[in-house]
Design a binder for this molecule. Structure first.
Ligand SMILES: NC(=O)c1ccc[n+]([C@@H]2O[C@H](COP(=O)([O-])OP(=O)(O)OC[C@H]3O[C@@H](n4cnc5c(N)ncnc54)[C@H](OP(=O)(O)O)[C@@H]3O)[C@@H](O)[C@H]2O)c1
Length: 261
């Protein structure tokens, strides 16, 4: 079998959905059996962890970072014999640590995805160890082509990339919810407020990418002198919005570093 997923929860499940748009030659597994329903929905196979190690040529590792060592320990002999490509998404764990947990020299691609990959709008940074061939990487990127943006990043920067795009959807959800709360306070019905807020975030983000303009310039363009938008910007600045966003990224980065220790 081409791909396997050991751990298929929020992040692994989102990647499995993106991968299914290019191949269904894969199987997933988890601990509790919750992923059996996901396998039927995708559809793809459901195997045991050992069966995935024995049968799959490329294995996504979708378990939490602190579980990785214990999950790979019983698979060491079969991994050493077969040398499948391992694709880790674990925050904070390096390609060298994954190979160490696997107990052998083995090709490892480290990815840092985010959950919008499930709808083809994700951001995924990746790096590889020396055993990943050009063909392996090319084939992997091709199979992941329906996941959204895929960008090569030096391994030393992956924790920082993770702090903006891996965890970023959570910050953006908070922002959307807060915008909607403000609008509800001003009388807009909740459902409409959420829809307006989410669509505005998408539109503004797409405008940044499409025009290549600095966000500060785009902001200036919608703030007329003495107008209402600049009054809103002033309120955000007064409440430390810019500093709060910076601190969120830095706090996540520092926590990623701790997870790898
Ligand atoms: N969530 C994100 O936005 C995000 C973004 C970037 C990277 N990541 C990384 O993605 C990884 C998974 O995070 P997540 O948020 O998807 O966590 P999650 O939803 O808790 O999923 C973890 C998965 O691992 C399975 N699992 C746990 N122990 C296992 C075992 N012994 N054998 C087989 N499967 C096992 C779980 O199965 P059960 O449900 O049955 O316990 C579940 O399917 C983490 O390393 C995280 O750093 C996450």
């Amino acid at each position: 079998m081409k791909y396997g997923f050991i751990g298929c929860g929020n992040m692994g499940g989102a990647i499995a959905k993106a991968l299914a748009k290019s191949t269904t030659d894969f199987a997933i597994t988890d601990r509790s059996g919750k992923a059996i329903a996901l396998a039927a929905e995708i559809p793809c196979g459901y195997l045991s962890t050992m069966e995935i190690a024995q049968q799959c040529d490329r294995i996504f590792l979708g378990v939490k970072p602190h579980m990785m060592k214990d999950v790979l320990a019983p698979l060491q002999a079969v991994l050493a014999e077969r040398k499948p490509l391992l694709i880790t998404m674990a925050a904070g764990l390096t390609t060298a640590q994954i190979a160490e947990f696997a107990g052998c020299e083995i090709p490892v691609i480290r990815i840092m995805p985010n959950t919008p990959v499930a709808i083809g709008k994700g951001v995924t940074q990746y790096c590889c160890n020396d055993l990943v061939t050009r063909e392996m990487l090319g084939d992997f990127l091709y199979d992941m082509r329906f996941s959204g943006m895929l960008d090569c990043l030096e391994e030393r920067l992956i924790d920082a990339g993770s702090a903006i795009s891996g965890s970023g959807p959570a910050y953006v959800y908070l922002f959307i919810e807060a915008l909607a709360d403000g609008a509800v306070t001003c009388g807009i019905p909740r459902a409409k407020a959420l829809e307006y807020a989410a669509a505005t975030v998408i539109g503004a983000g797409e405008l940044v990418l499409a025009t290549g303009q600095h966000p500060g310039a785009l902001k200036d363009a919608v703030c007329s002198p003495g107008g209402s938008t600049i009054a809103g910007i002033r309120a955000l600045e007064n409440h430390g919005f810019r500093a709060a966003a910076m601190e969120a990224v830095i706090a996540t980065y520092n926590r990623n570093k701790e997870l790898g220790k």
